[in-house]
Design a binder for this molecule. Sequence first.
Ligand SMILES: NC(=O)c1ccc[n+]([C@@H]2O[C@H](COP(=O)([O-])OP(=O)(O)OC[C@H]3O[C@@H](n4cnc5c(N)ncnc54)[C@H](O)[C@@H]3O)[C@@H](O)[C@H]2O)c1
Length: 254
Amino acid sequence: MDFTAKRILVTAGANGIGLAIASKFRELGATVFVTDIDPDAVDKARVNGLLAAVSDVSDEGQVRELMDTVRVEMGGLDVLVNNAGIAGPTGPLESLDAAAWKATFDVNIHGQFFCIKHALPLLREGSGASIVNLSSAAGRLGMAGRSAYSASKWAVVGLTKTLAIELGPDGIRVNAICPGAVNGPRIDSVIAAKARMLELPADEVSALYHNQSSLGRLIEAEDIANMAAFVASDMARNVHGQALAVDGNTEKLY
Ligand SMILES: NC(=O)c1ccc[n+]([C@@H]2O[C@H](COP(=O)([O-])OP(=O)(O)OC[C@H]3O[C@@H](n4cnc5c(N)ncnc54)[C@H](O)[C@@H]3O)[C@@H](O)[C@H]2O)c1
């Protein structure tokens, strides 16, 4: 896979899975721009050679400005990776706070809508253009105690499949990636929140998370980066409108 001459934007790309994706594309020769709400992480990304800007994907005005900056700094865009997504509230539905519910949708699905809407003029001028949306195993299965997250990630799959039909005739491919539980600080806090909800020791819930994959282990951020690179590459030129699982075969979520 050669991404020389390709210009990539990764949202929430200054930490976690997004940073692994950005680093993979850079390793493969691309010019990579990351955006994130965390200013310290954005500074660090710049020091490490990525183009970077602070921006909140849930704010349409900020996303519009971001795309203007992307045009100026990279001269265009070939691949948009909609990676930004928050875990949302944990608990039975009747206990959930409306503001926390709405915030989950603001980032996880409205953020993807804003980014795609304002990136499309750039992508239409790009070459072999492609959009990669981060969904989740929770976008394919139900997840007790995480209704806002799961519903928002199912919405990502609906958006992906619809856009694949709308944009296919223009040669712009759209796919989603559905990771299982990924090793890192985010899953540690998800496990801690679930342990509080179930009133179980965190170790016990951690074991459940490891064993929900048939391989009996967590997924690594690099596994998601490898899939993002493959699906955005010419090797996947006929992969379109798919929700691609990278989850070690996960059939039940805890
Ligand atoms: N970690 C997992 O186990 C897992 C599993 C399945 C799917 N996912 C999805 O993968 C994606 C990345 O997950 P992660 O674990 O790296 O996340 P994370 O919680 O580690 O967050 C990564 C970055 O998102 C940034 N961010 C948060 N809100 C933002 C906003 N409004 N605008 C811009 N940036 C924002 C944060 O500052 C942070 O740098 C998300 O969409 C997540 O839902 C993660």
